[in-house]
Design a protein around this ligand. Structure first.
Ligand code: SF4
Length: 329
């Protein structure tokens, strides 16, 4: 991607958490993100997909610098942010926002909707007068279709439905007109009946304000809504990336194939296209498997190679990349 169209670039980022010392006195780490590179273009929507424990949420929080990586580089608009402290990051807190999975837990239950939405304006010293703040809050509520805004502004979170609470969370993220949003499973805790509405809303706002979006999910079925580019994450690593349409049409990594097979499809032939991946837990992030981290579950394991050498994420055609010996040497 040309540098002038890039908004965010992560290079070989590692986010490890120390959990104490092992029996020989060496530090033991959870290697939640273990050498990940991601590019996000201006106005682009990118999805990061993986099962629980894959490190996708830690990656999202690292890109927002809610976590500090132990190594690697993160560039935002060509400016390094991985090594900044909290004071130096204040400008970035305005540029990049997060929408959490749980709309109830992420909203302060003691605040009215107006206070929830006006808080970021106060922190960043944006609205000079009450009337200006009120206008911005009302516009944010109208943007997320909570109308009339005056009616919702005085409510507390417990007085709203799950879908309405997530609209407030989206309004809070968008009120600063950020250039980047990380949406972490934003519809997974909502009733099926409101999921599509919320996804449509988020997509509409992203396009309206030309915001770059990193959409994090375990559910490949929802990404068609959001993403032009897809990153598949497994055990702290990216195992496949490229244009979303191409990956969904022809997934290359056995793990991606298993995810695509799990998408509900009325045509049983499509579901049978790929070999089943044995069910099982994602591997330990403290001591991940040697070689290819997917090898204990892989139906295509090449004995003597996959358990020994780690496959690198290599470009194979156009902008598609895969880390698997079935496609690389
Ligand atoms: Fe399976 Fe080997 Fe490819 Fe890993 S590298 S996904 S174990 S075939």
């Amino acid at each position: 991607m040309p540098a002038e169209t890039l908004l965010l670039q992560a290079k070989d980022v590692k986010t490890w958490f120390s959990i104490g010392r092992g029996i020989v006195g060496k530090s033991v780490y959870v290697k939640a993100v273990d050498g990940v590179s991601v590019d996000v273009g201006k106005g682009e929507s990118v999805a990061v997909v993986g099962e629980s424990g894959s490190g996708k949420t830690t990656l999202g929080k690292t890109l927002l610098r809610l976590y500090k990586p132990i190594s690697g580089e993160i560039l935002y608009d060509s400016r390094r942010i991985d090594n900044l402290n909290e004071d130096q990051l204040k400008w970035y807190r305005r540029e990049a926002q997060i929408i959490y999975q749980d709309p109830f837990g992420s909203l302060n239950p003691f605040f009215t909707v107006e206070r929830i939405l006006s808080e970021p304006l106060s922190i960043h010293n944006i609205a000079k007068h009450y009337s200006e703040m009120k206008e911005m809050v009302n516009q944010a509520l109208a943007d997320v279709k909570l109308e009339p805004p005056e009616m919702f502004a005085s409510k507390h979170p417990h007085m709203l439905s799950g879908g309405q609470r997530q609209r407030v969370a989206i309004a809070r993220a968008m009120i600063l007109k950020p250039k980047l949003i990380v949406a972490d499973e934003p519809v997974s805790m909502l009733d099926a009946s409101v999921r599509v509405e919320i996804m449509d809303l988020l997509k509409g706002l992203q396009e309206k304000y030309k915001t770059s979006l990193i959409y994090i999910t375990h559910d490949l079925a929802t990404i068609k809504y959001f993403s032009q580019t897809l990153y598949i994450m497994y055990a702290g690593k990216i195992v496949e990336s490229g244009p979303t349409r191409e990956i969904l049409k022809e997934p290359l990594h056995p793990y991606t194939q298993a995810l695509v097979s799990a998408i509900p499809d009325p045509n049983p032939e499509n579901r049978k296209r790929y070999r089943n991946v044995p069910a099982g837990e994602p591997p330990s992030a403290v001591s991940p498997p040697s070689g290819c981290r997917f090898h204990p579950r892989c139906p295509y394991l090449i004995k003597g190679k996959c358990e020994v050498e780690e496959p690198q994420l290599i470009e194979i055609k156009g902008s598609r990349r895969v880390a698997c010996y079935l496609h690389t040497k």
